[in-house]
Design a protein around this ligand. Structure first.
Ligand code: ADP
Ligand code: MG
Length: 226
């Protein structure tokens, strides 16, 4: 098991009160599988990803990433875990406007403090995996929305993460491009053995995921087979 959430509760301050964003959520995502999370806006889907990403510390419960119980890690150790073992794809592909596609990926190696040697080859391999090897020299404004999202995904894989967390990757795409991005995520999950969690609004292609769970008012309801 590469990602485990066990009985996780997360609250946010809400005036004099607390708002329960995650209510005793448990989830296991084995390596090489993709779990889709669906549910209404405000139900806690992004909070679930933030906790899994160790960006937010839950009030209670355990988050185990690639064998590491994150509750016992300090800030620096969590930051290192995020850099080395977790790939995060946010809703908006926040690419750097002045960098080419390949440079967007190479930056990740630089940020992780690893030797740049091999980064170019790895970046090219990943661009190829997302079908954009021939766009390596393009800057974001020279790419379509779907292509930018694929670069975003390739970038998240640059440090070979064990866990891949993806928030609404298809929300800015039309149906066909959304389907292509989901296909790509499923393929990459299998090939690279990531434990992948994908939040989505788009229920159209859920039959192709390994599991689908529903968030409702902070609660994860019984897995459904779609
Ligand atoms: P979703 O991604 O399903 O739309 P979120 O996880 O973003 O849901 O939000 C779940 C609930 O937590 C919502 O009621 C939202 O308003 C609240 N919330 C999210 N982030 C914060 C925050 N940083 N501070 C306070 N409340 C928040
Ligand atoms: Mg959200």
């Amino acid at each position: 098991m590469t990602l485990t959430l066990a009985d996780v509760t997360l609250t946010y301050p809400d005036g004099d009160d607390r708002l329960t964003a995650l209510d005793r959520v448990s989830l296991e995502v084995p390596a090489g599988t993709l779990t889709a999370v669906v549910g209404p806006s405000g139900s806690g889907k992004s909070s679930l990803l933030a906790v899994a990403a160790t960006l937010v510390t839950p009030d209670s419960g355990r988050v185990v990433v690639d064998g590491a119980d994150t509750g016992s890690l300090d800030r620096a150790e969590k930051a290192a875990l995020r850099r080395e073992r977790i790939g995060i794809v946010f809703q908006q592909p926040n690419l750097l406007p002045s960098l080419t596609a390949i440079e967007q990926l190479q930056v990740m190696t630089h940020l992780s403090g690893k030797a740049p040697r091999g980064a170019r080859g790895r970046a090219l391999e990943l661009l190829d995996a997302v079908g954009l090897a021939d766009r390596a020299g393009r800057r974001p404004h020279q790419l379509s929305g779907g292509q930018r999202q694929r670069i975003n995904i390739a970038r998240a894989l640059m440090n070979d993460p064990a866990v891949l967390l993806v928030d609404e990757p298809t929300s800015a795409l039309d149906h066909e491009r959304g389907a292509a991005v989901l296909d790509l995520l499923i393929t990459l999950t299998r090939e690279r053995s990531t434990a992948t969690v994908m939040v989505t609004h788009d229920r159209a292609h859920l039959h192709r995921t390994d599991h689908t769970v529903t968030m409702d008012d902070g609660r994860l309801t019984v897995p459904e087979r779609v």
